[in-house]
Design a protein around this ligand. Structure first.
Ligand code: ATP
Length: 217
């Protein structure tokens, strides 16, 4: 089984996230993508993040009906800050041994991987599926990792992946990057505009029922 963890603020989840995850399933033969909302990422300070429970419910509604998708509230179960490395370790403990774990990130997030908590350990724990997007030059790992570490990776042409000596791989994959962002959705709602066709109708109904995003704070 190939499982992929897809973390994000998901405030709210939208078709950009869902479409990219769907394409990655086909590109990497994934059996499951697990959407994992983060409690309150430290770098998101420009708006008051919606309650975890609301973001989780919207993710639940958005993934329901897709057998490839599921979700987890694991990051809210830990006290203190939540780090990707802890989440990956948790899933490695939970999953049966034959499960291969992937971690999904956007290219921009992966470019800053060396700033992540225990990033070297993290790269050795699971494969990475990096969604590339137009405008970002993909030059492999050269400009992302320190030179000695980048040089230790070998490029496997057949699998189109960079492989570390430990066998963990980094896959750069081009997915459709729909021009949709959660911040744009929030702004549209605040201005009283429709967000129809940007996120599933069930998510829109939830936002309306709860009155989310009507004001900036
Ligand atoms: P915000 O606008 O509030 O910053 P966002 O729309 O970028 O939010 P996040 O929850 O921060 O959503 O994103 C989670 C992950 O999804 C990130 O890795 C990000 O790169 C990726 N992502 C965001 N928008 C898209 C999109 N339109 N298509 C594909 N991936 C996306």
């Amino acid at each position: 089984m190939k499982w992929a963890l897809f973390g994000g603020t998901f405030d709210p989840i939208h078709f950009g996230h869902l479409r990219a995850a769907q394409e990655l399933c086909a590109l990497l033969s994934l059996d499951r993508v697990i959407f994992i909302p983060a409690p309150a990422p430290p770098h998101k300070t420009e708006w008051k993040i919606s309650p975890f429970e609301d973001r989780l419910q919207m993710v639940r509604l958005a993934v329901s009906g897709n057998p490839l998708f599921s979700f987890s509230d694991i990051e809210s179960q830990r006290s203190g800050k939540s780090y990707s490395v802890d989440t990956v370790r948790y899933f490695l403990e939970q999953a049966v041994q034959s499960t291969t774990l992937y971690f999904i990130t956007g290219q921009d997030a992966f470019n800053a991987i060396v700033t992540w908590r225990e990033w070297e350990s993290l790269l050795g724990l699971c494969h990475f599926a990096v969604m590339t997007r137009p405008g970002y030059e993909n030059e492999g790992l050269k400009k992302i990792l320190p030179p000695d570490l980048a040089a230790a990776y070998r490029y496997d042409e057949a699998g189109d992946a960079f492989e570390s000596p430990s066998g963990k791989r980094v896959f750069f994959r081009k997915t459709t990057f729909l021009d949709i962002s959660a911040s744009d959705l929030r702004e549209k709602i605040r201005q009283g505009q429709s967000i129809r066709y940007l996120t599933p109708d069930s998510v829109i109904a939830y936002i309306e029922e709860k009155g989310l995003y009507k004001s900036r704070v």
